[in-house]
Design a binder for this molecule. Structure first.
Ligand code: DSN
Length: 413
């Protein structure tokens, strides 16, 4: 930081404190990751102030020569990385991307079938608290009560009775792979569009370590700051035939100038995701998530669906007599950052919950492997079991600090 401490010491101090928090805590939030400094340089670049409504070659402001170059480069990288016909990188967020899809091909009041929020879906997939549910008529499918996995027969049945115009696959706390081919078959059988929201798993898909929805879906949306290791922002991938409709819905329909600084950061993360080290890291992300699941199972916790196929694990805390809320708070007090999460059929309220969601991307980016994951599980279990013993909690905090020191997020330069 060169200029900020002088212009605004208060904000500079808060930023420094946040850097220290990130460096000195273990981030296990499944929706987060640690982006490289190059992403932040792009996000904080001179592209923060340009007005550039429109698309490359079709702008409503002058002076867009480099903006056009940047957006075209980013689009071509996204299309190459995900083998997509077309990419639109202007949505400010994942929710904006989903809204853009709905408003491109549906009419207000149309029916949409999606996964229930309480079984792992996302707010923007028609949760009653989301604006999406006020514009469209949603019905939700849940998970099979025994396997805690998607029951494709139930989805098919719901599609046949509800006759949606769109089906959404994708979730924010579903630890299993989704059979996109099956979802596509179901959507086709009722003449519905298929939208896949792959926000959480975009990095794993980019690296080719789990199946891609792109060949099967009409539309794919995602954010760039989770497994993909970029900065904030939304992306839409679609078949060429929808390009015009989607472009118009975003601009002039719902947004003005895109956040060009975020667009620059998107370009950077797509480039980095094409490099060989990225695939290795995403493989490690899967291995570390599996190690978390196995570690907690050995300690007597119930793992929702019995394990994981991706970067996240849902742990049911009921056998330990602990709520998600209490676990989240105690763990944060020793420097371990997770989020409380509803589990399927959760008897607790959504802000209390019976579970925690654990993500492996953050610690994997720090260079940790299965040995460190086993240590973290030990530290977490001790914290939750001995949460009233301040001496033990002090020892755990030391253990967390040692791990953070040994595996820095950002090496000092
Ligand atoms: N969807 C939220 C989550 O999974 O935590 C954040 O994007």
């Amino acid at each position: 930081m060169h200029y900020l401490p002088n212009d605004d010491p208060e904000v500079a101090k808060i930023i420094q404190q946040e850097e220290a928090r990130i460096e000195n805590t273990l981030d296990l939030i499944a929706a987060e990751n640690h982006a490289p400094r190059s992403v932040f340089e792009a996000q904080g670049s001179i592209f923060s102030t340009k007005a550039a409504e429109g698309y490359p070659g079709r702008r409503f402001h002058a002076g867009c020569v480099h903006v056009d170059e940047l957006e075209s480069l980013a689009i071509s990288r996204a299309e190459r990385l995900f083998h997509a016909d077309h990419a639109n990188l202007q949505p400010h967020s994942g929710v904006s991307a989903n809204l853009a899809i709905y408003f491109s091909v549906l009419d207000v009041g149309d029916r949409i079938l999606s996964m229930k929020l309480s079984h792992g879906g996302h707010l923007s997939h028609g949760d009653p608290s989301s604006i999406t549910s006020k514009c469209f008529h949603f019905r939700h499918y849940g998970l099979d009560a025994r396997t805690e996995r998607i029951d494709y027969d139930e989805v098919r049945e719901a599609a046949e009775t509800f006759r949606p115009r769109m089906i959404i696959a994708g979730a924010s706390s579903y630890p299993r792979l989704i059979d996109y081919e099956k979802m596509s078959d179901i959507a086709k059988s009722v003449s519905a569009y298929l939208l896949v929201d792959m926000a959480h798993i975009a990095g794993l898909v980019a690296a080719g370590v789990i199946p891609s929805p792109v060949p099967h879906a009409d539309f794919v949306t995602f954010t760039t700051y989770k497994t993909l290791k970029g900065g904030r922002g939304g992306v839409i991938l679609c078949k060429k035939e929808y390009e015009r409709k989607i472009s118009k819905t975003i601009f002039p329909g719902a947004q003005g100038t895109p956040s060009l600084n975020l667009l620059a950061a998107k370009a950077v993360c797509f480039k980095l995701a094409m490099e060989p080290g990225f695939k290795e890291e995403q493989i490690k992300t899967l291995e570390n998530a599996a190690a978390f699941a196995a570690g907690f199972e050995r300690k007597g916790y119930r793992i929702v669906s019995g394990g994981t196929d991706n970067h996240l694990v849902l742990v049911d805390l009921r056998s330990k007599g602990l709520t998600g809320d209490a676990a989240e708070k105690t763990l944060e007090s020793v420097g371990i950052v997770v989020n409380r999460n509803v589990i399927p059929g959760d008897p607790e309220k959504p802000d209390v919950t019976s579970g925690i969601r654990i993500g492996s991307p953050g610690v994997t980016t720090r260079g940790m492997g299965e040995v460190e994951v086993a240590q973290i599980v030990e530290l977490m279990d001790t914290t939750m079991a001995d949460r009233k013993d301040s001496h033990i909690l002090e020892q755990v905090s030391q253990g967390v600090a040692d791990l953070c020191r040994k595996f820095p997020v950002y090496k000092k330069t």
